[in-house]
Design a protein around this ligand. Sequence first.
Ligand SMILES: CCCCC/C=C/C(=O)SCCNC(=O)CCNC(=O)[C@H](O)C(C)(C)COP(=O)(O)OP(=O)(O)OC[C@H]1O[C@@H](n2cnc3c(N)ncnc32)[C@H](O)[C@@H]1OP(=O)(O)O
Ligand SMILES: NC(=O)C1=CN([C@@H]2O[C@H](COP(=O)(O)OP(=O)(O)OC[C@H]3O[C@@H](n4cnc5c(N)ncnc54)[C@H](OP(=O)(O)O)[C@@H]3O)[C@@H](O)[C@H]2O)C=CC1
Length: 347
Amino acid sequence: MTARYVLTGEGFYFVGRFLSVGGVHHGGSVSVRAFILVSATSVSVLFIMAAGSVFRAGLFNHRVAIVTGGATGIGKAITAELLQLGCHVVIASRKSERLEAAADELSQLISSSSSASITALRCNIRQEDEVRNLVASTLRLHGRIDYLVNNGGGQFSSPAANMSVKGWNAVIDTNLTGTFLCCREVYSAWMKDHGGAIVNIIADMWRGFPGMAHTGAARAAVENLTKSLAIEWASSGVRINSVAPGTIFSKTAMENYKELGPVIFQMAVPCIPAKRLGFPEEISPAVCFLLSPAASFISGATLKVDAGQSLYDSVWDIPDHTAWPEPPEGENVGALRDMVKKLKPKL
Ligand SMILES: CCCCC/C=C/C(=O)SCCNC(=O)CCNC(=O)[C@H](O)C(C)(C)COP(=O)(O)OP(=O)(O)OC[C@H]1O[C@@H](n2cnc3c(N)ncnc32)[C@H](O)[C@@H]1OP(=O)(O)O
Ligand SMILES: NC(=O)C1=CN([C@@H]2O[C@H](COP(=O)(O)OP(=O)(O)OC[C@H]3O[C@@H](n4cnc5c(N)ncnc54)[C@H](OP(=O)(O)O)[C@@H]3O)[C@@H](O)[C@H]2O)C=CC1
C-alpha cells in the first residue's frame, strides 16, 4: 500500500510517503519503510526508515539462498532482506562466533507464521573442499538452492609495490577463485538441472583500484566471469549478474582496515556525488531485485550502486611531479610554449 500526502501552507510543505509491504495475512513479517521529507523556509529533512524490504513479503517463500559473508555488513543486510521475503538463508564465512551471533540476531526477524529460516555454516571460500561441503550441506538441509550471493570477500590496503605474492594471492583466492568455486559447485550440484540466480558483489574498480590493486584486478575478473557464465549457463536457466557497490560503511568493513578505517571512509565522501557514504541496506534491494522474478530477463549485467561515484572523482592523489617523459617536439608543443609565455606575465 502506498499513500502520498502533500499539504501546502505559508512557505511550508510536507510530503510523506509510506510504503507498507507484506503483513501478517501473507504469513510474512510486517515490514514498513517510511520516508518523510519536511521542508520549510529553513530546509530541514527528516528520515525515518524502519528495517524492512520494499518487495512483496513472501516473494521468496520456500526458496533457498546461500549468502557468503552473510553475517556482517552488506551480506547481513542481504540476509535480513531475504529472510523478510520468506527465504531460507544459509550464511557462510570463516568465523563461527560472528556467524552464530548473526544467526541469533537475524532469526528475530522471522515471524512465527513465516516459512523463512537462517542457518550458519562455517566455510572458507578459498578452500575447494569447504565450498563443496557448504553446497552439499545446504542441499541436505533444504533439498534445493535457488540463489547464490557471492558477497564474502575483502582485501587489505597497500601500495602494489609493497604487496607480497602471498598477500596478492590471498586476495585473488578470496575474491576471484572463491567466487568461481561457489558458482561452480552450486551449478554442478543443483542449478545445472534446476536453474537459479546468482549475484556477485564486485566493487567500484572501473578506473582501476589504486591502493588496493589486487582487489581491483580480482573484481574486474569477476565481472568478466559473470559474463562468461551468463552465456555458458543460460541453457540451464541460470541468470548471473553483478552488483558493484560504491563506498559502503559498515562497522566490520571499517574495523578491517584498523586505524586506517576511519580515514579511508572519510576520504571517500568528497568523491561521492551524494556527499555521504552508502549503507548495506542500500545494496541489499539491488541484490534482491536481481535475484527476483522482476529481473527474469537480466543476465550478464552489472548494476552499479554507487550514487554515481564511478563517474566522478578519485580518492587517489597524484602529487605534482616532473617524472613523465617529455612530449615529442612539433608544432603543437611549440604552440603550447608560446601560449605559456604569453600567459606567464599575467600570472
Ligand atoms: C575508498 C574506500 C574503499 C573501500 C572499499 C572496499 C571496502 C571493502 O571491501 S570492505 C570489506 C572489508 N572486509 C574485508 O576485507 C574482510 C576480509 N579480508 C580479509 O580476510 C583479508 O584482508 C585477506 C583477504 C587478505 C585475507 O586475509 P587473511 O585471511 O588474514 O590472509 P592470510 O592470513 O592468509 O594472509 C595472507 C597474506 O596477506 C597479506 N596481508 C594480509 N593482511 C594484510 C594487511 N592488513 N596488510 C598487509 N598485508 C596483509 C600478508 O602478506 C599475509 O601473509 P603473512 O604476512 O604471512 O601474514
Ligand atoms: N564496504 C564497501 O565499501 C565495499 C565492499 N565491497 C565488498 O562487499 C563485500 C562485503 O563487504 P562488507 O560487508 O563491506 O565488509 P565485511 O568485512 O563486513 O564483509 C566481508 C565478509 O566476507 C567474509 N569473508 C571474507 N573472507 C572470506 C573467506 N575466505 N571465506 C568466507 N567468507 C569470507 C567475512 O567473514 P569472515 O571474516 O567471518 O570470513 C565477512 O563476513 C566484500 O566482498 C567487499 O569487499 C565492495 C565494494 C565496496
